[in-house]
Design a protein around this ligand. Structure first.
Ligand SMILES: Nc1ncnc2c1ncn2[C@@H]1O[C@H](COP(=O)(O)OP(=O)(O)OP(=O)(O)O)[C@@H](O)[C@H]1O
Ligand SMILES: [Mg+2]
Length: 413
């Protein structure tokens, strides 16, 4: 019998997928293929299966040949622009059971990801629900800054990851997306209209299924995401006028953008018509400022808020070392000590907990939070080692770690 795979376009690192039961419809793979994995998934029109190769899982979605190729190209362009999207793994043309050509889109499974429905169902996830508003707004701003038109913005086309008490949002479905040099206001507006409409439907579904999305107001969730989007978009793209003698405001603006997590690629200063003031425009390249900084210092790849918390620990350690050694200590030196003395030993212990290696960064941030909680309770700094030991103890007993604060802004840094 001829092979049901007619074409395969796979990125390096993707498995060849040849041993999958392509002659069987995707929905029946479970009975035919030991590679099929039961992993959390969101709602979808197309059939999606997850398969495991070694330690990695892959999502396979059946669609049309044209749609698979298009989605693969858009996700490849998004990857080049380092946008928060699932990565392209490849696309295939297969002959389906009726002899027709079907397209298969392949993406690596986004580890530790949570579909929105699970966010509203899962025990222990309540504190993250409100974070969905900022996560969605931040995702759409980042896409739009890069000229990415989503076309089908919705909660079910997004996956969420825990990020140090916040949520990081990733686009999962780019079937209707397009990449442009820049987006017109009309296209941005179109994405927001679709978002509001889709979110209204998704929230109504939650209510109808007896799972009201407390503490979110289901009837206003879409509007709230839009408002946060607009605030953030304005903050990131606004121009400032700078009078003579106010040049320090350039650095202030860059720092403000970094604090929001945005990396600044270029600062444009143009004299205004009268020549008496400067117009300051900043060009933002991505929303991963702290991630990049931590990665450059330590080689660790974590989420943006996790990186921010880890960097603030590195800075604390730097001050402590400078004090005890009575000399200045560089950030790179402090990062080296932090990683060797603190992060590496803690991560070995944390990787033994459920979730394994891929949950280590988030667990590490939970230990930091636990340290603040214990210190607050005991009115003294309990120290990292004691907090880690207590955290491991609580987790092994299967209890919930008590959370002192739900928002990272309220934590001491
Ligand atoms: N790489 C991935 N990692 C984790 N989950 C994934 C991945 N790809 C797909 N999924 C899961 O499968 C679901 C469906 O995927 P997707 O939205 O691409 O399918 P769809 O059928 O095109 O959706 P729609 O109904 O919006 O057309 C997602 O919501 C997500 O839960
Ligand atoms: Mg979808």
């Amino acid at each position: 019998m001829s092979s049901p795979i007619l074409e395969a376009h796979l990125r390096p690192g993707a498995p060849d997928l040849l041993d999958l039961p392509w002659s069987v419809p995707l929905e029946h793979w479970r009975e035919h293929c030991p590679r099929v994995l039961e992993l959390e998934r969101g709602v979808s029109r197309h059939e999606v299966q997850f398969v495991g190769y070694g330690s990695r899982a892959w999502a396979i979605k059946r669609t049309s040949v044209h749609a698979a190729e298009k989605e693969y190209n858009v996700l490849s362009a998004a990857l080049e622009r380092r946008l928060p999207c699932v990565e392209p793994g490849g696309w295939l043309v297969v002959r389906d059971t009726n002899g027709e050509r079907a397209g298969m889109m392949v993406t690596p499974f986004l580890a530790e990801s949570i579909p929105y429905r699970s966010l509203f169902r899962g025990r222990g996830l309540e504190r993250y629900r409100e974070r969905l508003l900022d996560a969605m707004a931040g995702l759409i701003v980042r896409l739009h800054l890069a000229g990415f038109y989503w076309g089908d913005c919705s909660l079910s086309n997004t996956l969420f990851r825990r990020d140090a008490g916040e949520l990081a949002a990733y686009l999962v479905d780019a079937e209707t997306s397009e990449i442009h040099d820049t987006l017109s206001d009309g296209m941005r507006e179109q994405d927001l209209l679709v978002l509001e409409e889709n979110v209204a439907g998704e929230m109504a579904d939650l209510v109808a299924s007896g799972e009201p999305p407390h503490p979110l107001d289901p009837w206003n969730t879409g509007r709230m995401i839009r408002e946060r989007y607009q605030q953030l978009w304005h903050e990131v793209t606004r121009e400032e006028r700078i009078a003579p003698g106010e040049e320090w405001r350039v650095q202030e603006r860059i720092r403000a953008l970094h604090a929001l997590g945005f990396s600044v690629g270029e600062v444009e200063l143009l004299a205004d018509a009268a020549g008496s003031r400067l117009r300051l425009r900043t060009i933002v390249t991505d929303g991963d400022y702290h991630r990049h900084q931590l990665h450059n210092l330590t080689g660790l790849s974590v989420e943006e808020h996790q990186a921010r918390q880890m960097l603030s620990e590195v800075r604390e350690l730097r001050a402590e070392k400078a004090r005890t050694r009575d000399r200045s200590v560089t950030l790179a030196e402090a990062a080296f000590h932090w990683q060797r003395e603190r992060f590496a030993p803690a991560s070995t212990a944390l990787a033994a907990l459920p979730g394994g290696q891929s949950a280590v960064a988030e667990r590490y941030c939970q230990v930091l939070e636990h340290k603040w909680f214990l210190s607050e309770r005991e009115h003294r700094d309990v120290g990292f080692a004691a907090a880690l030991a207590d955290y491991l103890d609580v987790m092994r007993k299967g209890e919930d770690v008590p959370a002192s604060k739900t928002s990272s802004e309220s934590k001491p840094s």
